[in-house]
Write a protein that binds this ligand. Structure first.
Ligand code: S3P
Length: 187
């Protein structure tokens, strides 16, 4: 079946700590695209950090701003977009991204995600007594949503430059039509 989507942008989705921002910034530089982080758009709109939005107004208020930020990107082009880890668990956000972007999920297992995030303090959902348990639970809940991405790239035991090259390759392929799934995708 022909792919009738108009792919102007690249969107990275996946769990907190999977590498969306670092990979996204590098890919954007290599493609000559602008890098956009939806958390940064939300913070600019609210005028306070994500952690304060969660603390002052609650997660639902954050999700509303996140949804608006994602919708605001639909008319733009030549962007690499890093989304927050919970964004595509809301179907309207994934639908919005798919209207204009190739959606690539960066995958890693719970232990690797925990290793990558355990010294960071800016993510309200992981500021818990047992963040590994939280990651395991959320990952199980979120995996079905992440698997709706156009492409899933396993980031575990792959150097970041390899992940960057794969993301870029998938995007370039998609401009020529069609999408595919990485053979080492999440299982
Ligand atoms: C969240 C992930 C965060 C941020 C917020 C909620 C989530 O973004 O949007 O703290 O629900 O997974 P990163 O995935 O960039 O850390």
């Amino acid at each position: 079946m022909p792919d009738l989507r108009s792919i102007q942008n690249l969107a990275l989705v996946g769990f907190m700590g999977c590498g969306k921002s670092t990979v996204g910034r590098t890919v954007a530089g290599e493609l000559g695209f602008e890098f956009v982080d939806t958390d940064a758009l939300v913070e600019a709109e609210a005028g306070i950090p994500v952690s304060e939005i969660f603390a002052n107004a609650g997660e639902a208020a954050f999700r509303k701003l996140e949804c608006e930020a994602i919708a605001s990107l639909e008319t733009r082009r030549d962007l690499v977009i890093a989304t927050g880890g919970g964004a595509v668990t809301f179907p309207e956000n994934l639908e919005s991204l798919k209207r204009h972007a190739l959606v690539v999920c960066l995958w890693a297992g719970a232990e690797a995600l925990h290793d990558r995030t355990k010294h960071q303090t800016h993510r309200p959902l992981l500021q818990q007594e047992n963040p590994l348990e939280v990651i395991r639970t959320l990952l199980v809940e979120r995996a079905p949503h992440y698997k709706k991405a156009d492409v899933i790239i396993n980031t575990e035991q792959r150097p970041q430059r390899v992940v960057v090259a794969q993301v870029k390759h998938q995007f370039e392929e998609s401009s020529g039509g069609g999408t595919s799934t990485d053979s080492a995708a999440a299982s």
